[in-house]
Design a protein around this ligand. Structure first.
Ligand SMILES: Cc1cc2nc3c(=O)[nH]c(=O)nc-3n(C[C@H](O)[C@H](O)[C@H](O)COP(=O)(O)OP(=O)(O)OC[C@H]3O[C@@H](n4cnc5c(N)ncnc54)[C@H](O)[C@@H]3O)c2cc1C
Length: 466
């Protein structure tokens, strides 16, 4: 691991930095959530700047090669985007995944390249100003409220002034630097977080042969195996290989960290989710880098296992390794309400709900072990989970919303992230129109706009949809 232990410091001198632009709303992070916030706000007539540190939109959804929302897309912008992807041939039919304990309705995986183009086009069409290859280093906080963000790029350090900032950075970088309270992971002394992983794809897999074998295998406890070739293109999903992996480890001595492998198809390509590194502090350069190095080692080993032991992989090879490490959990902002495990299990009713979500419960145990992946009835996400304590004119959306470790096992999934993005965008726009703070925004007006765009607000509207 990198040796980063040194006590040296360097004093930066204070200086004036230029204003790059002034806008109504800045959205930090153009990943799974940010584009939905930006589009929703721009469609309410607001000037919106969407800032992304990489050169394309979608974050974990596209660059991370995740592609598959674990749950139904119940309406609103996420469903609109998926329907557009479907009509462009970039997504298939939704399916039911059968697991050991329940059935889970899954929105079709998408082709990440189609999704990058689609999200970009939708942003451009409604006037969102995208800034790619631009890193937001900190918020500007004046008088207890965020009034903009500082950005870094090839031309140096500049700032963007805004009336509202929406933090969709996944790690709540902006909210944390603005002074909003947060817990890391489980909030325990060890700051336990779900493990990190890195997706990869394989080409040359005989998917029909794999599907035929999997239908008759008792080592694939969780599955969706469509009958038709078109269905297999986007709808094959297999989680298992537990016994085969154990045998492989025993016979070869190769160290593989996960008890299982998840395979899924999108656009006829095989996506593999099989790596795991536990206990990584992703804010530590050395640990973050070491995790990527370890994922590369595991990817080589998993690909060798698949080629040697799994029917259909005989002539396959690694096609692409995700260019970003997949981080499941870091900071949970403490908002005006903290969503809890019982809330997402018991379906607590919230008057200020902004979305009824049917994401799966998906826990990769921080200390190792099998994955707990379950379908559950709808739960409600209150607006207050998007409003950080201690700082004004700031919202958070995506996996860093105010949820405890247990609730995050549902709210971190992409259907919930996209829904919170859309809600944050609408709420920021309404607050500006009404001349209120985002904390005091008239929630009935936000709910009406969301409902008019097809978002189910309360769980009762989706009874039995999980
Ligand atoms: C390995 C793995 C597998 C998963 N599998 C599934 C699954 O099958 N189904 C499912 O529903 N969910 C899954 N999840 C969870 C889900 O993908 C994530 O929780 C979700 O995508 C997070 O969305 P986000 O918008 O919060 O973050 P991201 O998609 O990560 O977006 C954050 C964006 O912000 C940008 N950014 C960050 N900081 C800055 C900054 N300072 N300046 C500028 N830009 C910045 C990043 O580049 C990124 O584009 C998985 C997660 C992982 C890690």
């Amino acid at each position: 691991m990198l040796d980063t232990a040194t006590a040296r410091t360097y004093r930066e001198s204070a200086r004036d930095i230029p204003c790059l632009m002034e806008t109504d709303i800045v959205v930090v992070g153009g990943g799974t959530t940010g584009p939905f916030a930006a589009i929703a706000a721009a469609r309410q007539g607001k000037r919106v700047v969407l800032i992304e540190r990489f050169g394309s939109l979608g974050g974990n959804l596209t660059l991370g090669l995740n592609t598959k929302p674990s749950g139904a897309l119940n309406g609103g912008l996420p469903l609109e985007v998926w329907n557009l992807a479907r009509s462009a041939g970039g997504a298939g039919a939704d399916y039911m995944a059968l697991t050991k304990t329940s059935d889970v309705k899954i929105a079709s995986p998408c082709d990440p390249e189609t999704m990058k183009m689609l999200l970009t086009r939708l942003c451009v069409d409604c006037g969102v100003d995208i800034l790619f290859e631009t890193f937001v280093s900190c918020p500007i906080v004046e008088g207890g409220r965020t009034t903009g963000v500082v950005v870094e790029g090839k031309s140096g350090r500049q700032f963007i002034a805004a009336k509202v900032v929406i933090d969709c950075s996944a790690d709540a970088d902006i909210a944390a630097h603005a002074g909003a309270p947060f817990i890391m992971g489980a909030g325990d002394a060890e700051e336990t977080t779900q493990p990190v992983s890195m997706y990869f794809t394989m080409s040359g897999v005989d998917i029909a042969r794999l599907a035929d074998w999997a239908r008759n295998s008792d080592d694939i406890p969780a599955r969706s195996i469509p009958e038709t070739p078109e269905g297999l293109d986007f709808g094959l999903w297999l989680t298992g290989f537990n016994r085969a992996l154990l045998a492989y480890r025993r016979e070869t001595g190769v160290s593989l960290q996960r008890e299982n492998i998840t395979l899924k198809t999108a656009g006829g390509l095989m996506y593999v989710n099989a790596t795991r590194v536990m206990g990584v502090d992703v804010f530590d350069h050395a640990e973050f880098t070491a995790a990527i190095v370890e994922c590369y080692r595991q990817i080589e080993a998993v690909a060798a296992f698949l080629i040697e032991r799994v029917p259909g992989f005989e002539a396959s090879r690694i096609l692409q390794i995700a260019p970003v490490l997949g981080v499941r959990e870091t900071r949970h902002i403490q908002g005006d309400y903290v969503l809890t495990g019982p809330d997402v299990l018991g379906g607590t009713h919230f008057a200020d709900s902004i979305a009824a979500d049917t994401s799966a419960l998906d826990i990769h145990e921080p200390r190792g072990g099998d994955v707990d992946f379950r379908g559950l009835d709808a739960y409600e996400i209150p607006y207050r989970t998007l409003v950080p304590k201690g700082v004004e004119q700031l919202l958070v959306a995506g996996r860093c919303i105010s949820a405890d470790h247990d609730a995050h096992a549902r709210s971190r999934n992409m259907p919930a992230c996209m829904a919170t993005g859309q809600a944050a965008g609408v709420a920021a726009a309404v607050a500006i129109d009404e001349g209120t703070s985002v904390r005091d925004v008239p929630i009935d007006k936000v709910q009406k706009i969301l409902r008019d765009s097809g978002v189910p607000i309360h769980a009762a509207e989706l009874a039995g949809a999980a």
